[in-house]
Design a binder for this molecule. Sequence first.
Ligand code: NAD
Length: 326
Amino acid sequence: MTDELVGRWYKDKKVLITGGAGFIGSHLAEVLVRNGAHVRIVDDLSAGSLQNILDYRSLVEFQQSDLREEGVAAKCLDGIEVVFHLAANASVPHSVNNPREDFSRNVYGTFNLLEAARDCEVQSIVVASSGAVYGQPDRFPIVETDMIRPISPYGASKAAVEATCQAFNASYGVPITIARIFNTYGPRQPRFVMYDFYRKLRQNPARLDILGDGRQIRDYCFVADTVEALIQLGRLDFSVCEVFNVSSGQSYSVVDVARAMVDIMGLGDVEFCFTGESWAGDAQRWEVSIEKLTSVTGYQPSCDLYTGLRCFVEWFDAHPERISTG
Ligand code: NAD
């Protein structure tokens, strides 16, 4: 997807990104701003940061608000044509420890947005769901029609988000598309497996503790590709609430990621130590079909794991202040 195409679709469009100061939202905002969209961001900065949007802060309208508060959604939807709804708790472990907060942010925040959207002329709302809705599937690759059986509060709250979207689409015609995003990584991401490995290896380049047995399989998607998928979905106009897997379609084990990271960081012999048990809510295997996304939108992931990881490492090498010491 070229800048020219994005410009053709989004130039002068009034776009709202909820959660736009977060990891994926800030990358999405950057691409849209660069191509002439008028971007409004609403974010309560509970997990996101103004640092993420520093480079183009003066080019976006930023509103620090919590979508769960009354009146916030209606205010931020005013005059908006396209919405990317990313605001959420995005962490499975956090949801396991704080299920009430997870449901409140993810489900109630989404409900408020959709309730306000009933009275607006919004053309398209892309809602970020998650591969976590599938839980631990027993058939691969995972397709959109597979059964939803979440195994974490996060997966359950995203399933409830999806059900709310389906209901608002069917009952009130709110134009919604659901993006079931899988493991996305890239610069500015302050958590998840890549960040965990990078931080640990910087502290101790001789040894890496890996949660679980290292054999968990994931489809890792570089953030620029996830952003491309969202941009593609935002320009389409479906009468029903369509669901799309969003990922790279390329699966790797956690050990593959660790080996690639060690190589890119230029480290020699690193001892891998497995904790044996992973965290609650962690699925063992996710291999994803993105055929629906590619055939409907023309989306093509462009970044392989090695290239994406190199970009990740180079960014954190250049921004040591963004690495937590805890
Ligand atoms: P993130 O935590 O970096 O971004 C979420 C943003 O939402 C944060 O900036 C946070 O401050 C904001 N936010 C949370 N609750 C809010 C509220 N009530 N009102 C306003 N703002 C609020 O997470 P991310 O990784 O960028 O994920 C973006 C979306 O994609 C989320 O919906 C997440 O569940 C989904 N997703 C992400 C991944 C991934 O691998 N990163 C995978 C699957 C799904």
